[in-house]
Design a protein around this ligand. Structure first.
Ligand code: NAD
Length: 492
C-alpha cells in the first residue's frame, strides 16, 4: 500500500497509525533539518502526545535549507507528510508506527520567502533545529561565529534572498519584531555541548552583523533552551525500504529506523509555551549540562573511540566493533578511566548503569548503524567530544593514553587507506587539508596534531604528544588490533 492520508485506514493492524485528526493539528513548530533523527525523536514525541489527545496545537512544519533536501520534500509531499518509524529491538522484533505530527514541509531553496512567512506567522511559537554539529558555523576551538563564511556574507548583502539558517531565521525575527509579535523560541536539538547557548551565540552574532541593535534584541528577547537528545538513528537504506514493504506492506519512500532507547532532557526555558513533553517521557529540567556532558562524552565520544579503529581493522558496522571483546574492553576503559572522571554528578542517573546500557545499545545488530556514518565530519565531532576530555585530564594530571589513541586513530584514518590496503572515503569539510597533512605524518608525526584550529594547543603539551606519537607509531606499524591489545593490556 502506498503510504498517504487516504490509505492510513487500510494499513495492516500491526502498524500503529495516528488516532487524531491531522487536519486539526496547528503547525506551531517550524523544524529546520528534517532528517532521520528529527523524525525518530522530536516528531515521534509529538505524535505520541497527539495520540494521547494532547499537543494538537504543536504540529510541525518541516523546512529544508539545503538543495539536497529536495528528495525529502518529494518523499513527504507524496505521502502527505506521513512516514513509517520502525523501532528495531535487539531480539529482532520490529515495531512500526506511522508518524503524523509533521503536517507541512517547505524547501527554502525553492521559496525562501515562504519559509520566512511561516516563521514570522503568529502561529509559530518554536523554531527547532537539527542542522548537524557543523550547522552553527562556529570555529571549533574559539567557538566564535565565522562571519567570513561566503554563504553568511551573501545573506548579509542588502536585498539578498537568504539561503542560510541564520539569514532565514533572522529575517523572520525582524518581521515579528516590526509587527509587535513576540519572538519564537529557538530550540537546538543537535549533539553539541550547550547546544542552546551555541545557537544563541551564532544567531546573536549574525543579527549583530545585520544591525547591532537587532543583535541586542535577539540576545535579550529570544529564548534558546539547551537540550540533551538521544536515540541512535542510522541513515535509511534501500534494505530498510524493502523491510517496510515486506514486513508491513507499506510503500514508503523514506521510512526511518532506530533503536528502542530514547531520551530527551530539555531546559525548561520557552518564551511562548511548549508542548507538555513530560507527558511523553521527556525530562524538563533547570540545568541540562550534567546530562548532556554525560551523553556527549560517553555515547558520542564512545562512538568516536570505536569507529576509526574499527574501520581500520576492517569492520563496517558499529555492532560488529561493539561485539568484539577487545574493542568493547577498550571502550569500557576509555569511558571508565578517562571520560567519566571529567563528568560531574548527574542527578537521578547511575552512570555505571548508563555505561552498561550503552555498550548493549552499540551491540544491537538489528540497528545496523554504519561506521561510515560515525566516521563522517570528524572535524565537527572530535574537537567537541574527545578534545575536551584530553584537556580536562591534562589539567587534572590524569592519564591520557586512551584519548590520545583516539586522536591518533583519526590521524591514521585520514591517510585514506585501511589496514587491508583498501581506500577509505574520508567525508569531512576539511578533507583535502587533513588528508594532505596525514600523508606527511610518517616524516612529521605531530603534523596532524599541530592543526590548532582542531586541537588547540595540545601539540605543546609534552605528555600528550608522547602518548599521541606512541599511539600513532603503533597504529602505523602494527595496526589497530595489536595496538589495542597492548593499550588495553597495559591498563587492564
Ligand atoms: P540527516 O543526514 O538525516 O539530516 C541532516 C539534516 O540537517 C538535513 O535535513 C540537512 O539538510 C540538514 N543540514 C545539514 N547541514 C545543514 C546546514 N549547514 N544548515 C541547515 N541544515 C543543514 O542526519 P540526522 O541523523 O537527522 O542527524 C542530524 C543531527 O541530529 C546530527 O548531526 C546530530 O547533531 C543530531 N542527532 C542525531 C542522532 C542520530 O543518531 N542520527 C542522535 C542524536 C542527535
Amino acid at each position: 500500500t502506498q503510504l498517504n492520508a487516504s490509505t492510513l485506514g487500510s494499513l495492516p493492524s500491526a502498524v500503529a497509525v495516528p488516532r487524531y485528526d491531522r487536519r486539526a493539528v496547528a503547525p506551531s513548530i517550524v523544524h529546520i533539518g528534517v532528517g532521520g533523527f528529527h523524525r525518530a525523536h522530536q516528531a515521534m514525541y509529538l505524535d505520541r502526545l497527539m495520540n494521547q489527545g494532547e499537543a494538537l496545537d504543536w504540529g510541525v512544519c518541516g523546512v529544508g535549507v539545503l538543495p539536497g533536501d529536495q528528495r525529502m520534500k518529494d518523499a513527504l509531499d507524496r505521502q502527505d507528510g506521513l512516514y513509517t518509524l520502525v523501532v528495531k529491538h535487539p531480539d529482532g522484533t520490529l515495531e512500526a508506527r506511522v508518524i503524523g505530527s509533521l503536517v507541512a514541509y517547505l524547501l527554502a531553496p525553492d521559496d525562501p520567502e515562504a519559509v520566512i512567512v511561516q516563521m514570522a506567522a503568529p502561529v509559530t511559537r518554536i523554531v527547532s533545529l537539527t542542522i548537524t554539529e557543523g550547522g552553527y558555523n562556529v570555529h571549533p576551538v574559539t567557538g566564535e561565529f565565522q562571519a567570513d563564511e561566503p554563504a553568511v556574507q551573501a545573506d548579509l548583502a542588502p536585498g539578498a534572498a537568504p539561503s542560510t539558517v541564520f539569514g532565514l531565521v533572522t529575517e523572520a525575527l525582524v518581521r515579528r519584531r516590526e509587527r509587535g509579535l513576540p519572538p519564537f523560541t529557538v530550540m537546538s536539538c543537535d549533539n553539541i555541548r550547550g547546544n542552546g547557548d551555541v545557537a544563541r551565540g551564532s544567531f546573536v552574532a549574525y543579527a549583530r552583523l545585520r544591525d547591532p541593535g537587532l543583535g541586542d534584541w535577539v540576545e535579550r528577547e529570544v529564548r534558546f533552551p539547551n537540550s540533551m537528545v538521544d536515540r541512535i538513528t542510522p541513515a535509511t537504506t534501500d534494505a530498510d525500504r524493502e523491510l517496510v514493504a515486506e514486513a508491513f506492506g507499506i510503500e514508503d519512500a523514506w521510512p526511518v529506523v532506530c533503536e528502542p532507547f530514547e531520551q530527551w532532557v530539555v531546559e525548561d526555558d520557552f518564551g511562548q509555551g511548549r508542548p507538555p513533553l513530560e507527558d511523553a517521557g521527556a525530562q524538563l529540567v533547570a540545568d541540562v549540562e550534567p546530562y548532556e556532558l554525560m551523553k556527549l562524552r560517553l555515547l558520542n565520544g564512545g562512538h568516536q573511540a570505536l569507529c576509526y579503529l574499527g574501520r581500520l581493522a576492517g569492520y563496517e558496522y558499529a555492532h560488529e566493533v561493539a561485539q568484539d571483546p577487545l574493542f568493547a574492553q577498550f571502550l569500557a576503559q576509555y569511558m571508565d578511566l578517562e571520560a567519566t572522571p571529567t563528568l560531574g554528578a548527574v542527578p537521578g542517573v547511575d552512570v555505571d548503569d548508563y555505561k552498561r546500557a550503552l555498550i548493549e545499545r552499540f551491540a544491537n545488530q538489528e540497528v545496523r548503524d554504519t561506521l561510515a556514518r560515525l566516521c563522517a565530519e570528524t572535524s565537527d565531532r572530535i574537537p567537541q567530544w574527545i578534545v575536551p576530555v584530553a584537556r580536562s585530564r591534562l589539567a587534572a594530571g590524569g592519564d591520557v593514553a586512551l584519548c590520545a589513541l583516539v586522536l591518533a586513530s583519526w590521524a591514521r584514518y585520514a591517510e585514506g587507506v585501511d589496514e587491508q590496503g583498501e581506500p577509505i572515503e574520508v567525508v569531512d569539510r576539511l578533507r583535502d587539508r587533513l588528508m594532505a597533512v596525514a600523508a606527511g605524518q610518517h616524516a612529521d608525526p605531530t603534523a596532524f596534531l599541530a592543526q590548532r584550529d582542531l586541537f588547540g594547543d595540545l601539540v605543546d603539551d609534552e605528555r600528550f604528544v608522547a602518548a599521541y606519537t606512541a599511539a600513532l607509531a603503533s597504529l602505523r606499524e602494527r595496526g589497530a588490533r595489536a595496538t589495542l591489545e597492548s593499550w588495553v593490556g597495559v591498563l587492564g
